[in-house]
Design a protein around this ligand. Structure first.
Ligand code: JDQ
Length: 236
């Protein structure tokens, strides 16, 4: 099938992406809604040891990933989605911070390529080169203000945020509507109201009576108040 969104991931640790076979993402791939390719960067190296890093120009601690294997790997995955606009996502703690709005924008892309670096990151000329290519867009993305060991976990986070938004992925389409409504009403604070399920009493803790009342107006009002209380708590 050629109408699926395509995701190609380039990494020196392909096994780190094994969770993509599971749960919602695994099912979306099995259903043909998405196509996923995981590519080992070392397959693009020519020397005996499969070197992918080198010392930084200008000195300093740590190692930097060499541009040559990255260029070969990215050129080869372009062939897997010919005639598409390619969006290269370079994971880095210095990137633009991931938001729900960004995840929603990325659902529109037909071909996302995730460059998962390690060490101190990838020679910046890789980003610069592809940013100047036609049919290419490059985005440097961070998932938060903390430093990971590499881009693999950040890729899992971003892919999960994107893929659950694709049509046909979530079993219950109403739940996405309700979620986007909550996001808007709390001005992007991502605060949800608290949820309860059975049993009605658990370890001495009861479900609030309003939720058992069947009064949908009162329930909506209570949930809004709870979401606002949580939003205020996050602010202090
Ligand atoms: C890489 C590192 C010191 C990079 C190498 C590649 N939000 C977020 N935190 N950390 C990352 C993303 C991330 C992404 C890719 C990465 C970290 N590292 C480690 C260490 C400076 C720069």
């Amino acid at each position: 099938m050629n109408s699926a969104n395509r995701f190609d991931i380039i990494t020196i640790f392909p096994d780190y992406l094994a969770p993509l076979k599971l749960s919602l993402i695994g099912k979306a791939e099995a259903a043909g809604i998405i196509e996923i390719g995981i590519h080992d960067l070392r397959e693009q190296t020519s020397d005996l040891h499969g070197s992918v890093d080198d010392t930084p120009y200008g000195g300093g601690a740590g190692m930097v990933m060499s541009p040559e294997p990255w260029g070969k790997a990215i050129d080869s995955v372009i062939e897997l989605a010919p005639d598409e606009l390619h969006e290269l996502i370079v994971l880095t703690p210095a990137g633009e911070k991931l938001t729900q709005e960004m995840a929603s924008e990325l659902t529109k892309s037909r071909h996302l390529i995730f460059a998962c670096g390690r060490y101190e990151g990838i020679d910046i000329r890789v980003s610069d080169f592809y940013a100047s290519e036609k049919n290419f867009k490059v985005r440097e993305i961070s998932i938060g203000d903390y430093v990971l060991g590499g881009g693999e976990v950040a890729t899992l986070v971003i892919m999960e945020a994107i893929i659950r938004l694709l049509p046909g992925v979530i079993g219950n389409p109403a739940s996405l509507d309700e979620e986007s409504h909550t996001l808007k009403s709390t001005r992007g604070a991502l605060v949800e109201y608290p949820s309860y399920t059975k049993p009605q009493e658990w370890r001495g803790l009861s479900v609030p009576n309003v939720l058992l009342s069947g009064n949908h107006g009162e329930i909506a009002k209570w949930r809004m108040q709870q979401a606002l209380i949580r939003t205020k708590k996050l602010a202090d």
